[in-house]
Design a binder for this molecule. Structure first.
Ligand code: ARG
Length: 276
């Protein structure tokens, strides 16, 4: 019998991680405030938790590109195609060639979206219960990205408009789970997008998180089968996830919150659609 293959995840060790500029509200006031040793330890703890359930591949951190640790923004992987990010802010544009080279060197066909901003798996998340791709826009990715991705990948896309600057990427406020549930913070979306979610996901599959949990980056979770790895979750959210059959693993990532990122941002799923 062939053993089932493990999920594959791309991560980038935070060798040159820092906050050098300000492109989201979390970074404001945090310039040069990263404790390097602590960041390294927190990243290693996350790596360890993920390694229990997935095969982790690494890309080397390039000096001068501090946000490269957030590999969710390398691009979007769908089957053997990688759609590399086109960053909204020039501070991150230098990452594009490094990630594109990694994708090409690891047997992905690279197919970019032309003439628009798109920040990869930060703004494009596959549902786990139905064959559709949720695409966030409004802060980083352009509204056209959803249509372009549908044409390019042949997967149905649902555009969701993000309206709260604190939740500037889709993966900061929405997380599809392996059992088909959607964990999300509704107020990060405009009314039409909240309605679009409600129309697609039955109420018993919607796990609504509080503002407090959202601000602790609970939606920025890495979900591998029944394991949910996140920075922090309230007792109420842990109980709700437990009832739905998930094991919650908290792992502190506050050094990365200073840059506006957490568990999920630090990872990129390479086997999509996954085995979930
Ligand atoms: N400082 C980074 C930025 O503003 C954080 C990116 C977090 N990534 C994510 N997928 N949410 O771009």
């Amino acid at each position: 019998m062939i053993a089932p293959s493990r999920p594959r995840i791309l991560m980038c060790p935070p060798t040159h991680f820092s906050v050098d500029y300000d492109i989201n509200p979390w970074m404001t006031g945090n310039r040069d405030r990263i404790d390097q040793a602590r960041a390294q330890q927190q990243w290693e703890d996350l790596y360890r938790h993920i390694s229990h359930a997935a095969q982790v591949e690494l890309i080397e951190h390039v000096p001068g590109l501090p946000d490269m640790v957030f590999t969710a923004n390398a691009g979007l992987v769908y089957r053997d195609t990688a759609v590399p990010s086109r960053f909204r802010h020039e501070e991150r544009a230098g990452e594009e060639t490094h990630f594109t080279r990694w994708f090409s060197g690891n047997a992905f066909a690279v197919d970019a979206l032309d003439g628009m901003s798109f920040e990869g798996a930060g703004d494009a998340l596959l549902d786990r219960g139905q064959p559709l791709l949720w695409v966030g826009y409004g802060h980083r990715s352009d509204g056209h990205a959803a249509v372009a991705l549908q044409r390019l990948l042949g997967v149905e896309t649902v555009p969701l408009q993000l309206v709260d600057p604190r939740f500037y990427h889709l993966d900061t406020c929405l997380c599809p789970l392996s059992g088909g549930e959607l964990m999300y913070y509704p107020a990060a979306f405009d009314a039409a997008s909240q309605a679009a979610i409600a129309a697609r996901v039955p109420e018993d599959k919607r796990i609504v998180v509080s503002e407090e949990d959202a601000l602790a980056f609970a939606c920025n979770a890495v979900n591998l089968d029944d394991l949910v790895i996140l920075n922090r979750a309230s007792p109420a959210l842990r109980q709700r996830l437990g009832q739905a059959g998930y094991r919650v693993q908290e792992t502190p990532l506050d050094e990365f919150l200073k840059a506006g990122g957490s568990a999920k941002c630090l990872t990129l799923r390479l086997d999509e659609p996954g085995l979930n």
